[in-house]
Design a protein around this ligand. Structure first.
Ligand SMILES: Nc1ncnc2c1ncn2[C@@H]1O[C@H](COP(=O)(O)OP(=O)(O)OP(=O)(O)O)[C@@H](O)[C@H]1O
Ligand SMILES: [Mg+2]
Length: 262
């Protein structure tokens, strides 16, 4: 099924921290319902691009439309689920695995009638409970539901944070390095889960350094190193020529070209 409105559409997008540019002149479109892997070296601006998509970073110049609307509005509407890069998170909160995943549903709870929001958690809208349980099952962490999140290993935390994103049942899944630091069985599980999400029509935008997985699973690969180096199929992007270009960044003469994934 093709969707006329792109999941993400950027036009001459630039972003900066303290006037220091981190993304420059990015023009591209990603269709809905596809899996896009974002690949680039450390400091390339990959996480910054996701921050623009959730509206926590505002473009310095240019335009970014998500599902045809503004990033902040789409996030508020519950259309974007975001899993942050683990290194950027605090883990010493006294909160269980179950409740961590449930926090992913808080945006949706705003739509519950007031009386339901006042009920104890186990009596509240069963949709939330079912979504949390299904998400924990999907990443094989149901047995850990009552454990404090701070007591889990790195790979287990990653799976819980993916469950938190899945529980939101959003149209766009935005995942910052969901495969980093997980063992091979967990990686297989996460990739199978994402395959199912794509089959259900969701858009997956995943930052990764794991090129073999991107090659096998992604529909599109977006290469960025401050500027857009390329956007195309895994075969078109993950070859020696393009990866050499990615390592050095894009020469000034090549900047500003529009790329639209098929
Ligand atoms: N909050 C911030 N304030 C100032 N500079 C920042 C901030 N966040 C990121 N940067 C800078 O922006 C640039 C891009 O960072 P970003 O985190 O987007 O890179 P990345 O591609 O995700 O890298 P990695 O692969 O290491 O996660 C880096 O030079 C970084 O130092
Ligand atoms: Mg990053």
């Amino acid at each position: 099924m093709t969707h006329p409105v792109p999941a993400l559409q950027a036009h001459r997008l630039c972003a900066a921290y303290h006037q220091q540019p981190v993304l420059e002149d990015i023009t591209l479109a990603l269709p809905q319902g596809q899996w896009t892997a974002i690949v680039g070296p450390n400091g390339a601006g990959k996480s910054s691009l996701l921050n623009l998509v959730i509206g926590s970073l505002v473009p310095l110049r240019g335009e970014l439309r998500i599902l045809g609307g503004s990033p902040a509005a789409q996030r508020r509407a519950g259309n974007i689920a975001y899993m942050a890069q683990q290194e950027n998170m605090e883990w010493d909160f006294p909160i269980s695995v179950h409740d961590t995943v449930l926090t992913g549903r808080y945006g949706l709870m705003r739509h519950d009638p007031l009386w339901q929001r006042l009920l104890p958690r186990h009596w509240a809208n069963p949709d939330h409970r079912q979504a949390v349980e299904a998400a924990l099952d999907a990443v094989d962490m149901a047995d850990y539901a009552a454990r404090p999140i701070g007591e889990l290993s790195g790979g287990q935390k990653k799976r819980v944070m993916l469950a938190r994103a899945l529980a939101q049942q959003a149209r766009i899944l935005l995942l910052d390095e969901p495969l980093a630091g997980v063992d091979p069985p967990s990686e297989k599980l996460i990739l199978a889960t994402l395959e199912r999400e794509r089959s259900a029509g969701r858009t997956i935008i995943m930052v990764t350094h794991d090129m073999p997985s991107a090659r096998v699973h992604a529909d599109n690969v977006l290469l960025i190193n401050r500027t857009l180096v390329g956007l195309g199929t895994p075969d078109e992007m993950l070859n020696d020529t393009m990866l050499a270009r990615l390592a050095v960044g894009t020469p000034d003469a090549m900047r500003g070209g529009a790329r639209v994934a098929a």
